[in-house]
Design a protein around this ligand. Structure first.
Ligand code: GAL
Length: 340
């Protein structure tokens, strides 16, 4: 009996060593297991950092879900590589009679220091009355919670300053100001500054007249960089970037972030995450590789960007690792079988 216990202990230890060694890299495009061994469900997601913990929120598209409801999941990590499932923070049945084909996508959570509330913005959509499907409503939804990973309470939906709003992105500037990036089909995309309690829009900081979605922004080396994807639904396209000295613009022309024939290596942007370490500032491109027929299996493409002096490039996806203390990134060089 004791012998059998020793054997299973040895097996458990050796498999956890293997899992750990494999798990120290972020592997673009592969299944990404959480602490339960289940593929992370945080599609179209966003990340906030509180103290030294990162929280990743996104669409939970697990297979076993109630088709009437829409779900947002939350995970936490201290190293951006190993993620612990925290909660299905939103499990929402149609809250405003949007209709059976209603849509909830791209949730983004902000922490509002003055009110100590966690505020979730989400893309709410669905067909207009009489239509069977479509993204006609073009609204923003709001939900709040007292804790980061508690059960969020849905509040309401609206059109920001009366404008259509589909894909949402989030940006928190170095001074803590919070912005919502919102695609507005007739006009381009807006960078909206949130009001002090984050429950409404304070002002339209900039309307960028480029028809891009999956919007993301980062402030790096004294410049703002924005990324967006073209409007091709679930199909990948060449994502583009522009720069500006101020969020208000003027923004430069948009250029490809990767060789256009790769279509952003099959992915679509959702966020830019800056990791300020003791030795290096890394900017991470966070994107989705959508599988529209099997959404639960949609993958993630996270890669450190080559960025600076107004230029930005997404390198060819390869396994990589990051030390969040120092900000140093190691990319596994698969061509040479080593690391660089
Ligand atoms: C994409 C968008 C996704 C989803 C999809 C539906 O362009 O980024 O979040 O809305 O279209 O077709």
């Amino acid at each position: 009996m004791f012998h059998r216990f020793l054997i299973s202990l040895a097996l458990a230890l050796s498999s956890s060593i293997v899992a750990c060694a494999q798990g120290d890299f972020i592997r673009p495009g592969e299944i990404w297991p959480d602490d339960r061994g289940q593929h992370i469900q945080a599609h179209g997601g966003g990340i906030i950092r509180l103290d030294s913990t990162y929280y990743w929120f996104g669409e939970d598209r697990s297979r076993d879900l109630d088709p009437q409801k829409r779900y947002v999941a939350c995970y936490s990590s201290i190293d951006l590589t190993h993620w612990k499932f925290r909660n299905r923070v939103l499990q929402l049945a149609d809250p405003e009679n949007f209709g059976p084909r209603w849509i909830l996508e791209r949730p983004k959570v902000f922490y509002c220091q003055p009110t100590k509330k966690y505020v979730m913005y989400m893309h709410i959509d669905g067909p207009s009355p009489g239509r069977r499907s479509g993204y006609d409503l073009a609204r923003v939804g709001l939900a709040v919670c007292d804790t980061v990973d508690g059960d969020y309470q849905y509040l309401r939906s609206f059109r920001p300053l009366g404008n259509q709003s589909r894909d949402l992105g989030q940006f928190i500037d170095d001074d803590g100001a919070a912005y919502l990036i919102s695609e507005d089909r007739p006009n381009g995309f807006h960078i909206y500054r949130l009001a002090e309690d984050y429950l409404s829009i304070d002002r339209d900081t900039c309307l960028v007249p480029a028809h891009l979605e999956g919007g993301a922004i980062v402030h790096f080396g004294g410049l703002y960089y924005t990324i967006g994807s073209e409007l091709t639904s679930w199909n990948p396209n060449p994502n583009k970037y522009a720069t500006a000295a101020r969020l208000e613009g003027p923004w430069s022309d948009f250029k490809d972030i990767a060789p256009p024939d790769t279509k952003t290596y099959g992915s679509q942007s959702t966020m830019l995450l800056k990791v300020v370490g003791t030795k290096h500032e890394a900017v991470l491109f966070l994107a989705d590789i959508w599988k529209p027929q099997t959404q639960w299996d949609s993958r993630y493409l996270w890669m450190p960007l080559e960025i600076g002096a107004g230029k930005l490039q997404l390198p060819k996806p390869q396994p990589w690792s990051i030390d969040v203390e120092t900000g140093e990134v190691t990319i596994k060089d698969s061509d040479r079988g080593g690391e660089k």
